[in-house]
Design a protein around this ligand. Sequence first.
Ligand code: FAD
Ligand code: SF4
Ligand code: SF4
Length: 390
Amino acid sequence: MDLRRQHLIDPAVCIRCNSCQEACPVDAITHDANNYVVEFDTCTGCRACVSPCPTGAIDHWLLVDQPWSIADQFTWEDLPEPHPGHGGEIAPPAEVTQMLNVATTATGGRVPAPSSAAQPFTNVYSREAPVMARVAGNFRITAADAESDIRHVVLDFQHNAFPFLEGQNIGIIPPGQDAKGRPHNIRLYSIASPREGERPNHNNLALTVKRVTDGIGSNYVCDLQKGDPVLVAGPFGDSFLMPDDPNTNIIMICTGTGAAPFRAFTERRRRNHPDAPGKLMLFFGARRPAELPYFGPLSKLPKALIDVNLAFSREPDQPKTYVQDRLRQRADDVAQLLKSTLTHIYVCGLKGMEQGCEEAFADICRLSGLDWASLRATLRVEGRYHVETY
Ligand SMILES: Cc1cc2nc3c(=O)[nH]c(=O)nc-3n(C[C@H](O)[C@H](O)[C@H](O)COP(=O)(O)OP(=O)(O)OC[C@H]3O[C@@H](n4cnc5c(N)ncnc54)[C@H](O)[C@@H]3O)c2cc1C
Ligand code: SF4
Ligand code: SF4
């Protein structure tokens, strides 16, 4: 029997975060409303998707004589048991992995981290082997009359090491089980603090968490009380990292809790390079000022540190304004930054916001003699254009 190795994703563990699909250099990963799946004929086995996966769901390799189609995989709730025609699970052969890793580096499909970013630690703790943190504080950061309840939650890791960088995420493990009696999957949250901690040189970090109606993880986190224990996995993410060269310009575009990593970036600059030559430019969208997390602290930041542009889409008697409208309003300044090889762009927040931003960048480029399509390709290859939406 001619057995071949098939790369599969465990649907019971996958949290549908899209990290693997973004990481795959040959577009072998796709998804529907149910599952993330791997196309057998396209996957080269390079493993570029493995380290970005926060759950380990991606790391399954089965010996098969007849590969499962993506249509099969879309219907799965669990990885299937081996059966005649399909073999058992194997570890990928080391020499194949090594060989294919070299091939992936050459194809370079994945957006790398910025060249000046520090080396991150990832997957230090997992769902199977988490670390326990304690809640040091939980504060509402949207106005009392706002529709959205967004919280600033500080976790203290006490004597346990938890090394992280700005732009990474952590996984929260909600207690209890899902409807099928399985432990809940981890939920990812962006770290909102710089690497030295929410309080400098304390072993802690902050999250920015929005309560989602009937959501398991967000309600668990938003209801945590000071002193409560929390199981944490991570840190995760090795690409959406901050350039640590003070000469770099950073354009940050976000909505809602997408502000979390940018709070970390801004605090890193404010604490370590307050007079940095590089510019910070923030475009931040919300329905109303009351719905904007960190509105108060943000408006007090010095103008020399950060150029803040707010966009409100539901202000009474005002035209609806979105982040892409603000980008267009600042076209001259944005174009100036786009012309510099020291400029990095980050987009974080709701799924779908990328398209509006791309269209705005394309318009801005057209007006200033730049070609967005080729500039975007260069930015991605150089690790200067990053998108994280959820
Ligand atoms: C890289 C990354 C970073 C993130 N960073 C942040 C962050 O900084 N802050 C933040 O707040 N969030 C962040 N998220 C989102 C976060 O991980 C969670 O997805 C979010 O908090 C919702 O999780 P939940 O457990 O509360 O909701 P879930 O329990 O997962 O439910 C989500 C929604 O689906 C509905 N639902 C659940 N089960 C069913 C069902 N059987 N039938 C129909 N509907 C159902 C729920 O009502 C709810 O509206 C991030 C996500 C990613 C991937
Ligand atoms: S192993 Fe490589 S080719 Fe296969 S899905 Fe992962 S990143 Fe894509
Ligand atoms: S990276 Fe892992 S958890 Fe996220 S969608 Fe892919 S397989 Fe699922």
